[in-house]
Design a protein around this ligand. Structure first.
Ligand code: T1G
Length: 693
């Protein structure tokens, strides 16, 4: 039961919030805070108050699970507590360890001062839930850091390390022992008088310039990609600087209500909890009990191998990279150094972080170097014979307990495991490029992969800040198996009358980071010709693969690297090219396809509904455990807009009956692999959601 315990240090009351695991400010904890504050404020023996939480969290903010229920607005609300603190006749100091996020930081901002531990992180991440700080954050933060900086911080939604928070003026002091330091500060403030409450400070917004703020607005919103909250955050910060505090608080409350009842918050709340649920795999030991992985080997020093090596080194884990030749190792090393240097030059990591990580990465051509590693990840190109040869050698040189993983993006894990004497230790660890940036890790279990092996990979995923999702062992696992329908329809649409710029405009308007055709131009089309030929030979008799790629490659248009593909390029700028249209029109004519105007809505449905349908089939087959897992894959691995919740959540929102109807139509045109999932048809008929499957 959430509670608040009180201890006293001399004449200082120290109130400690206890609502594991992260002091989410649910009704019970809020009630406890209210009660203990009232007692302390009325206690003549108490001259000041310190509010603190646990080492892990001062508070992670409002309890997201309460949103949409009466509990969220039950008294004492956060704002009630903030008024009580700000209006207190005694100083109140927040002592912050761990995280102070959202309503947690807002509560701390209503205190008269804030002391943070050096490892604490302070932020207002509500935008990641499709919300904005609804307890005064948009009104108080500008009063500490100024309007534009406040808008930047809140719209970015990323917690600040304590040092940055201190530099910005959010934390007043950094101390190894925040509670002790807060007691000292509270004692001083009790004597010399409490500072002006943040809500009453005007100096940081006195020179607020409405024109300058409006001129900055486009830059503030440039990464919104259809999300509604960022613009509302900017509106609230503007109101905070142009209206009296109480009016600004009321304005913020209205904007918050608008967002918390909207579909984007529902979608983002789904993503938040789906990512956390994906970590829980029935029958797999809790990652906390997994055997520790203290050293890692990587086979292959190319783009993926180097990126994966960085991921482990960044987590402080020594990495040995194996490649066949010294010059490949040297080239791979240079690529890693360049990546780190770029981050240092951008200011996103300090030099010592780069030095420490590089120190942890070594390279050798000798497999014997892997004799003591706990985990080896193979990251060579997609050739089964080569992978089997590598796994056979790894089976010889590594300790029997070592886990052997493949970064393959679609090949059969069982076939790879058959090259070893330890199939229970063989698993897929599919990173997404660039591996040191993309958060998703598809963990692919083979028929014989043991629960302990899966648990160990889920545990290490947490340490390397990846989002793990368990996938069954099929062609393309969860994500790539669905992706093929998205890219295939993008091409069919071109043959039938759409233009590349229309397809990409619709996809990017939907919220994808980059449209499918621009994406293909970026990766280059020449490399896919061979794979396409193999697929053509093995695809079902009732299917025909579109031929746009082949026609463009024949015309020397292989993508950005050749200056032209679907588009013509000036640098990285893509320009529609009539030559592409001519080539596609010729193709349509040769196929006897009568081109037509295709409405944007049809383009959207044909790009995204097949994802939902194929995801449903993966649920039927057990390739994916939950619809939320599939959404987690797409949001973290493919740039699917999180404010739409992922393909499965979105499919449910638009109506599974509509998805099924589109699948029917596409099956007639493309072949039976596109036919509606029976599970989805049943749920649509019964009016049920994925979780009721
Ligand atoms: N509400 C409810 N549950 C929460 C929660 C929250 N705010 N934060 C975490 N949990 C649960 C989580 O679901 C998981 O549960 C467990 O705690 C551990 O979390 C009014 C409106 C704090 C950095 O957006 O970023 O305040 O799976 O697995 O990796 O303006 O949780 O164990 O059952 O993530 O160590 C704003 C969200 C809310 C912060 C810890 N706050 N949380 O990460 O552990 S809105 C946030 C996080 C708000 C006000 C507004 C992270 C973390 P379970 P975890 P972690």
């Amino acid at each position: 039961m959430p509670s608040v315990t009180r201890t006293t240090e001399g004449k200082i009351a120290v109130l400690t919030m206890n609502a594991p695991p992260v002091n989410a400010l649910g009704t019970d904890l809020r009630a406890g805070i209210g009660e203990e504050f009232a007692l302390a404020l009325n206690d003549p023996e108490i001259s000041a108050i310190v509010l603190t939480g646990s080492d892990r969290a001062f508070s992670a903010g409002a309890d997201v699970r309460e949103f949409g229920t009466d509990k969220a607005v039950a008294e004492p609300r956060l704002k009630t507590l903030e008024s009580m603190i700000e209006g207190a006749n005694k100083p109140v100091v927040a002592a912050i360890s761990g995280v102070a996020l959202g309503g947690g930081l807002e509560l701390a901002l209503s205190c008269h001062a804030r002391v943070a531990a050096p490892t604490a992180r302070l932020g207002l991440p509500e935008v990641n839930l499709g919300l904005l700080p609804g307890a005064g954050g948009t009104v108080r933060l500008p009063r500490l850091v100024g309007a534009i900086r406040a808008a930047e911080i809140i719209i970015a939604g990323k917690p600040l390390p304590a040092a940055a928070a201190h530099e910005a003026g959010i934390a007043d002091e950094i101390a190894e022992d925040p509670v002790a330091a807060a007691v000292t500060l509270a004692t001083e403030l009790a004597i010399k008088g409490k500072p002006t409450p943040v809500i009453e400070r005007e100096d940081k917004i006195a020179d607020f310039d409405t024109d300058a703020f409006e001129a900055a607005r486009p830059g503030l919103l440039k990464k919104s990609r259809g999300a509604l909250a960022p613009a509302r955050i900017a509106d609230c910060v503007f109101a905070a600087c142009t209206r009296p505090p109480q009016e600004a608080l009321a304005f913020e409350e209205e904007a918050f209500k608008e967002l918390v009842t909207g579909s984007q918050h529902r979608a983002l709340k789904h993503v938040f909890f789906a990512e956390r649920q994906a970590r829980k795999v029935p029958g797999v030991p809790d990652p906390k009990e997994a055997a520790e992985i203290a050293s890692v080997g990587i086979i292959g020093s190319g783009l993926m191998g180097g990126g994966i090596a960085m991921v482990f080194a960044n987590a402080g884990i020594p990495v040995t990279i194996i490649d066949v030749a010294e010059d490949s190792l040297a080239k791979g090393r240079r690529m890693i150094e360049t990546n780190y240097q770029r981050s240092v030059d951008r200011g996103s990591i300090p030099q010592e972080k780069m030095d420490r990580s590089l120190y942890l990465i070594t390279g050798t051509t000798d497999y014997e170097g892997l004799g003591e590693t706990d985990l080896v990840i193979e990251a060579v190109f997609e050739n089964m014979e080569l992978k089997q040869d590598i796994f056979g050698r790894l089976d010889q040189v590594t300790r029997p307990e070592a886990i052997l993983a493949s970064n393959t993006s679609s090949l059969d894990i069982d076939q790879i495991a058959s090259a070893t004497s330890r199939p229970e230790k063989v698993i897929g660890a599919h990173f997404f490029s660039p591996a040191n940036v993309m958060k998703l890790l598809e963990v692919v279990k083979g028929t014989k992969t043991s629960p302990e092996t899966i648990g160990a990979i889920f545990a290490i995923a947490q340490r390397i800040a990846k989002v793990p999702v368990l996938a069954g062992n099929c062609d393309g696992f969860i994500g790539n198996r669905m992706l093929q329908y998205y890219t295939a329809e993008a091409e069919y649409l071109l043959e039938e009358g759409a233009t590349p710029e229309q397809v990409d405009r619709v996809a990017e308007g939907f919220g994808m980071a980059m449209g499918p055709l621009a994406m293909r131009d970026l990766s280059g089309m020449d490399t896919s010709i061979r794979i396409r030929e193999i697929r053509r030979k093995t695809m079902p008799a009732d299917e025909r693969m579109a031929e746009v790629v082949e026609r463009l490659v024949e015309a020397g248009r292989i993508g950005q690297k050749s200056g032209k593909g679907y588009y013509r390029y000036e640098g990285r700028k893509r320009i529609p090219d009539p030559e592409t249209t001519r080539i596609i029109e010729e193709l349509s004519a040769s196929l006897g396809i009568e081109r037509r105007e295709i409405p944007d809505e049809e383009v959207r449905d044909r790009l995204f509904m097949p994802l939902v349908n194929e995801g449903a089939k993966e649920l039927e087959e057990g390739i994916a455990l939950r619809a939320g897992d599939i959404d987690t894959v797409w949001v973290n691995g493919y740039g699917f807009p999180a404010h739409r919740g992922g393909p499965m959540f979105w499919g449910q929102e638009v109506g599974l009956d509509r998805v099924a109807a589109t699948a029917e139509r596409l099956a007639e045109k493309n072949g039976q692999r596109w036919a509606p999932s029976q599970l989805m048809v049943r749920l649509a008929t019964e009016g049920k959601s994925w979780d009721q499957a």
